[in-house]
Design a protein. Structure first.
Lengths: 538, 260
C-alpha cells in the first residue's frame, strides 16, 4: 500500500515528496521534515466509525484493544498522506509561536488542519468521507481540553455534527461565516492566530489542564504540524530527530584509470522512494578499453566458439510461417496455387495455412560484462574467477554468433558512484574479432561496484544507434546491483528494472546470463523469469 | 465508395485553427499526419473534416500484422478463377476518397513504405502483383495518425512526406463541454470528471504511459448518465483500465474516491 502513496499524492495535488518509514515504533505520528514525509510503522487503533457517535450517546470508553497499536491500514495511510499533502498544497505561512500560550499553539495547529482540510474537500469532495471515518469523539464528563479539541476538530470537518458545548460552538462560529460551513471566516494567518488565541483564553478561563509535551494532534492521521512554525522557534512539543538517507555521496577517487579519454553521457535514474526519475543523475564514462599489459596474466590462445550454446540464446523475432498444414489463417498464395492445381487436374497441396512463429534471426547483440569487484570471486568447483569465465564466454559466444551473421559487440562496465560509471568498449558492432579485441578483453579487470541501470541505458542507446534489429543486450553478471553511494538495497534493483523496461519499450531485448547460479532467482525479478539463465559449468 | 460517405455532421469542437489548416492542406493535397495521445479526438477530427469536405473516408486501423497487401489488395479465388481485389488504399486512390491510416506506427515499417509513391509529387500507387500503376484521383488525400508516446520512432523517410497537426487534450473548459455534449451529463459533473482526468495525467511518466483520455471521460460520463454512481463509474471506466500495476491502480482508485 505504501508504494501507492507517492502516485496518489502526485495525482491529488501534483505533490512530489520523498517518503520515509519511521523505524521507531514509539513514534506513531506522521510528520513532515525537510527530508520529506515520514510515515509511522505503527499507529494507535482508532474507533471504527465516527458516524455512530453523537452528543447524546453514552460516553464511549476505549477498550485496551482500541488503543493497542497496529500496522496502519490503507485508509489510514491515505488519510494521513492526503492531510500532509494538503498542508503542502495550502499551508504557505509559518507562524511565530512567541506570545502564544501552549494551548493556543495547539489550537493554531487544529485550526490550520481544519482550514487545509476544508479547502481540500472543496476540491476533492471524497476526502471528506476519508477523513471523517477517523473523527470519533469521546464524550467524557466533564470534558478535558483534548476531548474538546477532538470535538472541535470533528465539528469543523462535519457540518452535520451537532455539539452543544459552548466552546465548540464558539470555535465553529469563529471558523465559518455560516451554519452550513460553506465559507471560511478566517481570512488569513493573522485571523487564524487571533481565533486560536481567543479559544485558548477560554480554555484558560475554564481551568482546563493542557500538557504540551504529551499532546498529540488528533485524530491520529494528522501530522504533528511541526512545519507550521518558524524554524528557530522555541516550541514546547517534540522535535524529531531525523537522520538523512545518504544519497549522492560523491565519487571516491583513487582507483587507477583503466580507460582512455572517456566521453561522458548522462542518464536519468529511477528513485523508488519519490518515486520518479532523477534527471541526468548518473554519468557514464564511455571509452575504448585498454589492452592487457605484459604483467597481466593473459591467456595467449582464445577459446573456440561455443556453438552448442548459440542455439540456447539465439535472438528471435516473430514472423509468419507460410504454407503450414494448420495455422491461424489462410495463406492466400497457397490457396491460389491449390486452386490452380485442382483446375489443372493435379492433386493440390494441403498446406494452405499460415501462422505466427518465433524464428531465429541475426540482428545485433551487445554482450555487457559486469566487471565489478564481486565477479573476482572463484565459485566452488571452478578453476577460474567468475569474471575470467565471463570473458571467455563472451569471446566464444561472439565468435559463434558472428558465424551466423549476428553483429556482436563486447562491452564492460563498473561504477564508482553515480558520477563515474566506467563503460569500456572491447569490441564494437562492426569491428573484427581479432587479436586486439582479445588483448582488450584480457585487459579488463574486476573492480569497484555495479551501477547496472546506467550501464544498461547506455548499452540500449548504443544498440539503437549502431545495431541492426532485432536488438538485444546480453548481460553477464554475478548478481544484484550495488554502488558505494547507495545504501538502500532496493534502489539500484528498482532502477535496473526500470532500465530493462525502458529498453524493452524501445525494442531492445535484455537478457541475463548469470555467473553465480545462486543469484538467478533475484535477477529474475529484474529481467523477467524467461530472460535469465545461469552460465553453464562447461 | 458512397458507403464510406459520412452523412451526418460528426460533433467536433475545435481547439484552435486545425480545421482551417486541414482545409488548406487538402486544397493543396498535402498528406497530413495527426499526432497526439490516445483518445484526444484525432479520429473524430478526420471524420468531421471528411464530412465538411464532402469526401468519402476510408479508414484502415493498422496493427503489427498489417501487411502491404492489406492496404493495396490481393488476388482472391472465385468460381471463375482468381480475381484481383483492391485494398482500401487502392480504393481510396482510385475513387478520390480520404484514406485514413489510423495508428500508423503499429504497422510494420516495410508496410508503411507502400504509401511513399502516393505521398510525393508522383501520386501513384504501384500494384506490382497485378502489374498496374494506379494514378491517384485528384480528390484523393492520405491522412495518417499515430501516438508519439508509443516508444516507436516513425521512419524519417515516411515522416518527411507529411505535414502534421499536433493534438493534445483540450483545455479543461473545452474538454468539459465535449464530455457533457457526448454523454449528456450535467456540466458540473463533466468538470469534475475533467479534474479527475487532469489528476491522472500527472502520473504520466510516473507509472502511467498516458493519463485518462477524453474518450475515457466520455465513457465514464455515459455510465453516470445511465444512472451509475459517479465513483463506481470512474473506477470502472478510468482507474481500472488505466493500469495493471498494483501500486498505480491503488493510487488511481484512491484518487477516484477522493474526487467523489
Amino acid at each position: 500500500m505504501r508504494a501507492s502513496i507517492a502516485p496518489y499524492l502526485r495525482s491529488l495535488w501534483n505533490v512530489t515528496v520523498p517518503l520515509h518509514d519511521i523505524a521507531a515504533k514509539e513514534v506513531q505520528q506522521t510528520f513532515l521534515s525537510t527530508l520529506g514525509l515520514h510515515l509511522p510503522s505503527r499507529v494507535a487503533r482508532i474507533a471504527p466509525d465516527a458516524a455512530t457517535y453523537s452528543a447524546t450517546d453514552v460516553a464511549p470508553i476505549y477498550s485496551p484493544d482500541e488503543v493497542a497499536d497496529h500496522v496502519p491500514t490503507a485508509a489510514w495511510l491515505q488519510a494521513t498522506s492526503a492531510h500532509a499533502a494538503a498542508h503542502m498544497a495550502y499551508s504557505h505561512h509559518q507562524f511565530n509561536p512567541q506570545g502564544l500560550q501552549p494551548a493556543s499553539q495547539a489550537l493554531v495547529g487544529l485550526l490550520e488542519d481544519a482550514r487545509v482540510e476544508w479547502l481540500a474537500c472543496q476540491e476533492l469532495s471524497g476526502l471528506h468521507r476519508l477523513w471523517l471515518q477517523f473523527h470519533a469523539v469521546p464524550y467524557t464528563q466533564p470534558p478535558g481540553f483534548e476531548d474538546l479539541m477532538r470535538r472541535l476538530a470533528r465539528a469543523l470537518l462535519d457540518a452535520q455534527y451537532a455539539d452543544p458545548h459552548p466552546w465548540v460552538v464558539k470555535g465553529r462560529a469563529l471558523f465559518f461565516t455560516d451554519a452550513t460551513q460553506s465559507a471560511l471566516a478566517l481570512t488569513g494567518p493573522h485571523a487564524l492566530r487571533l481565533a486560536a488565541t481567543r479559544l485558548g483564553n477560554d480554555v484558560g478561563q475554564m481551568r482546563l489542564q493542557f500538557n504540551a509535551r504529551l499532546y498529540r494532534a488528533q485524530p491520529s492521521y494528522r501530522d504533528d504540524n511541526n512545519t507550521l512554525w518558524l524554524p528557530d522557534s522555541n516550541r514546547a512539543d517534540v522535535q524529531h530527530d531525523i537522520s538523512a538517507q545518504p544519497q549522492g555521496a560523491g565519487a571516491q577517487s583513487g582507483q587507477a584509470s583503466a580507460v582512455l579519454v572517456a566521453q561522458p553521457y548522462r542518464y536519468r535514474e529511477w528513485d523508488r522512494l519519490v518515486p520518479m526519475y532523477r534527471v541526468d543523475w548518473a554519468t557514464v564514462l564511455d571509452a575504448l578499453a585498454l589492452p592487457a599489459t605484459p604483467d597481466q596474466a593473459q591467456d595467449p590462445t582464445p577459446p573456440p566458439p561455443m556453438r552448442k550454446y548459440t542455439a540456447l540464446l539465439l535472438p528471435t523475432r516473430r514472423a509468419h510461417l507460410p504454407r503450414q498444414a494448420d495455422g491461424d489463417e489462410l495463406d492466400w498464395d497457397a490457396l491460389v496455387h491449390a486452386q490452380v492445381a485442382l483446375r489443372s487436374g493435379q492433386a493440390p497441396e494441403q498446406q494452405v495455412y499460415r501462422r505466427m512463429h518465433r524464428i531465429a534471426c541475426a540482428g545485433s547483440t551487445l554482450l555487457l560484462l559486469d566487471a565489478s569487484a564481486s565477479t573476482a570471486r572463484v565459485l566452488e568447483g571452478q578453476q577460474q574467477s567468475m569474471f575470467a569465465l565471463a570473458r571467455n564466454a563472451a569471446w566464444q559466444y561472439t565468435q559463434a554468433l558472428g558465424e551466423i551473421g549476428t553483429h556482436c559487440a563486447i562491452h564492460s562496465f563498473f561504477s564508482d558512484g553515480r558520477h563515474a560509471v566506467h563503460y569500456q568498449r572491447v569490441k564494437d558492432f562492426h569491428a573484427p574479432l581479432d587479436a586486439q579485441c582479445w588483448a582488450r578483453l584480457m585487459g579488463l579487470q574486476s573492480r569497484l561496484s555495479t551501477r547496472l541501470g546506467a550501464a544498461l541505458r547506455h548499452a540500449t542507446q548504443l544498440l539503437l544507434y549502431t545495431g541492426s534489429a532485432p536488438r538485444r543486450v546480453l548481460l553477464l553478471t554475478d548478481g544484484q546491483p550495488h554502488d558505494v553511494d547507495v545504501h538502500d538495497p532496493r534502489y539500484l534493483v528498482e532502477d535496473a528494472r526500470h532500465a530493462v523496461r525502458e529498453a524493452t519499450r524501445l525494442g531492445v531485448q535484455v537478457q541475463c546470463l548469470c555467473l553465480d547460479p545462486a543469484a538467478v532467482p533475484s535477477l529474475r525479478k529484474v529481467f523477467g523469469v524467461d530472460q535469465v539463465q545461469a552460465l553453464p559449468r562447461q | 465508395v458512397d458507403a464510406y460517405r459520412i452523412t451526418a455532421e460528426p460533433y467536433y469542437q475545435p481547439a484552435g485553427d486545425e480545421c482551417a489548416l486541414f482545409e488548406a492542406a487538402y486544397a493543396q493535397r498535402v498528406p497530413v499526419l495527426l499526432k497526439g495521445p490516445t483518445g484526444c479526438g484525432k479520429t473524430r477530427f478526420i471524420e468531421h473534416m471528411a464530412w465538411r469536405l464532402q469526401r468519402a473516408l476510408i479508414t484502415v486501423t493498422c496493427n503489427d500484422d498489417t501487411s502491404a497487401a492489406d492496404l493495396t489488395g490481393r488476388w482472391l479465388l472465385d468460381a471463375q478463377g482468381t480475381r484481383w481485389h483492391d485494398g482500401p488504399l487502392t480504393v481510396a486512390a482510385r475513387t478520390g476518397a480520404i484514406c485514413y491510416l489510423d495508428e500508423l506506427l503499429e504497422a510494420r515499417p516495410d508496410t508503411t513504405v507502400v504509401i511513399h509513391p502516393l505521398t510525393d509529387t508522383r501520386r501513384v500507387l504501384p500494384l506490382d502483383k497485378c502489374n498496374e500503376m494506379v494514378q491517384a484521383h485528384p480528390d484523393f488525400l492520405l491522412v495518417a495518425s499515430y501516438n508519439p508516446s508509443a516508444y516507436k520512432p516513425l521512419k524519417p523517410s515516411t515522416r518527411q512526406r507529411f505535414c502534421a497537426l499536433d493534438f493534445q487534450y483540450p483545455h479543461a473548459d473545452l474538454e468539459a463541454t465535449i464530455v457533457a455534449h457526448e454523454s449528456g451529463v450535467a456540466p458540473t459533473m463533466a468538470q469534475r470528471l475533467v479534474a479527475l482526468a487532469v489528476r491522472t495525467r500527472r502520473l504520466q511518466g510516473h507509472g502511467l504511459d498516458e493519463g485518462a483520455s477524453t474518450r475515457m471521460l466520455v465513457h465514464a460520463a455515459q455510465l453516470i448518465a445511465h444512472g451509475v454512481d459517479p465513483s463506481a463509474a470512474c473506477r470502472m471506466a478510468i482507474a481500472t483500465p488505466l493500469s495493471d500495476e498494483p501500486e498505480v491502480m491503488a493510487a488511481l482508485l484512491a484518487t477516484v474516491d477522493a474526487s467523489f
